[in-house]
Each structure stands twice: as C-alpha cells, then as structure tokens.
Design a protein around this ligand. Structure first.
Ligand SMILES: C[S@@+](CC[C@H](N)C(=O)[O-])C[C@H]1O[C@@H](n2cnc3c(N)ncnc32)[C@H](O)[C@@H]1O
Length: 232
C-alpha cells in the first residue's frame, strides 16, 4: 500500500469506509414505501450502508428494534488493552450472530476500525474492570466462559456451552488476565495443530461464536442443547 493510500484511508469516516466496502443501492424508485421504518433521506439518496438487503433504506432505530425481537442469548466480552484492533472485528462478528450484548472491559475508548459501524446495531456495555463485568453477568444470569489457550483450559471442540453464555476474550498480547479467567465457569481453548502460539483474537472469537451457534440455533433455544457425544 502506498503512503498516499494510507493517508487517504486515515481521513475517511467510519461511514465512508463502510460505504466504499459495500456497493449498496441507489435512490429508491417512486412510489416510495409508506412505512415509518424507512428513512426518507436514504430513499432519496440511496443506501450504501453495510446492511442485509432486507434492511435497505430502514432507519438505524428500526433495524435495532427488529434485531431486538430475535437476539441470541449469547454475549461476548473483550478485554480492551492497547486499543486492540481485533475488537472491531469481534464486534462485526457479534453483529452477524445477532448477540444480546457486547462487553468492553477496561478502557472505554476502543479501536472501531474493522467494526464497519456494526456497533450501532448492537447493545455495547462498558465495564471498568473484570469484577464489574462478572457482577453484571451474575446479575443477569449469564454464565461467563473464558476463551484462551492457557493452562487449565479445555478443548472447545468437546464442550457443550451454556445457552445463556458470555464468551470472554483476552486482547492481543497479554491475553485473558488471570483475574478474569478465574472468574469464568471454565476456559475453553480452540485446539491448534501448527507452530503459532495463538490465533488472533478476532479469528478465535468467530470460531467460538460459530461453535455456540451450532449448539443453539434459533430452533433449539429454550430446549435441550445440540447433543454432544465426545467427552473432555
Ligand atoms: C493473541 S491471543 C493472547 C495470548 C495467548 N494466550 C498466547 O499465549 O499467545 C489473544 C486472544 O485471542 C484468543 N485466542 C487466540 N488463540 C486462541 C485459541 N487457540 N483458543 C482460544 N482462544 C484463543 C484468546 O481470547 C486470547 O486472549
């Protein structure tokens, strides 16, 4: 990438980055739909946002309200050290799985690059430290499950995960802190077979969310988990 490209990207807003990454649709042909969920500015100018086709031209508020009717009972939490660029990627994946909540632990400011403004459609909570996150989860009946390849972790592939579950990720570099790992009901590790010590947190989070969603597809929720036959 040339230096000119880097500086041009640095001046783009989150909306502009999202727009250049999604072809979108142009102005809506007349007659316009008579429905309050539609945004008249988007109908007039076109919708370049990174949204599923069903939500084209909808207001952000209408999209969030629709997503709220069918959130997964899954939460994800991320320790926010060093403005980890993975947080944006995790937020985008959390939106794709329509999780109930995203929890940022530590600094309030986080690196939004990579989220592609998907955080607008999610409920994002901030917690100053591990104790505050764990207290919030206990109060809301959500089981914290740590995700890291640290001593004492068990292979994710063998685990039936709780339905009301919060997958807790560490940040690039330090990983999950001892305090937060100790507060989790268990810590699961994605088995690796190569030479690298770890996956990046964004990739690990996508795998873990997918693993939960295989066990708790919408049709299974509130019933019995997808049967697991392996022990571990
Ligand atoms: C780069 S890793 C952190 C350090 C890692 N524990 C190490 O020793 O290198 C960043 C985060 O990605 C996630 N992660 C990376 N690889 C993983 C794996 N194999 N299993 C589970 N989580 C993983 C964890 O949440 C971890 O805290």
């Amino acid at each position: 990438m040339t230096q000119g490209t880097v500086s041009a990207m640095a001046t783009l807003s989150d909306d502009e980055v999202a727009a250049v990454s999604s072809p979108g649709v142009g102005p809506h042909p007349q007659p316009w739909p008579d429905d309050p969920r539609y945004d008249r500015t988007l109908l007039a100018d076109g919708d370049r946002r990174n949204v599923a086709d069903v939500y084209r031209y909808w207001t952000v508020e209408a999209i969030v309200a629709d997503l709220d009717t069918r959130r997964a009972p899954l939460h994800v939490a991320i320790q926010n050290w060093e403005h980890d660029f993975n947080i944006g990627s995790i937020v985008r994946t959390a939106n794709a799985f329509n999780v109930a909540g995203v929890h940022i632990v530590g600094r309030r400011r986080w690196n939004r690059r990579g989220a592609m403004v998907t955080d607008r459609y999610l409920h994002v909570h901030h917690h100053p430290d591990a104790a505050a996150l764990l207290a919030w989860l206990a109060e809301h009946g959500v089981t914290p499950v740590g995700v890291d390849n640290i001593p004492g972790s068990v292979p994710l592939e063998t685990q039936a995960l709780p339905e009301r579950c919060c997958l807790v990720f560490g940040s690039e570099g330090p990983g999950l802190t001892g305090e937060l790992a100790a507060g989790c009901e268990r810590v699961v590790a994605i088995s690796q077979h190569g030479s690298t010590r770890s996956l990046n947190a964004g990739a690990a989070a996508a795998i873990a969310m997918y693993h939960w969603s295989l066990q708790w597809p919408p049709a299974n929720r509130g019933q019995v988990p997808f049967p697991f036959t392996r022990s571990g």
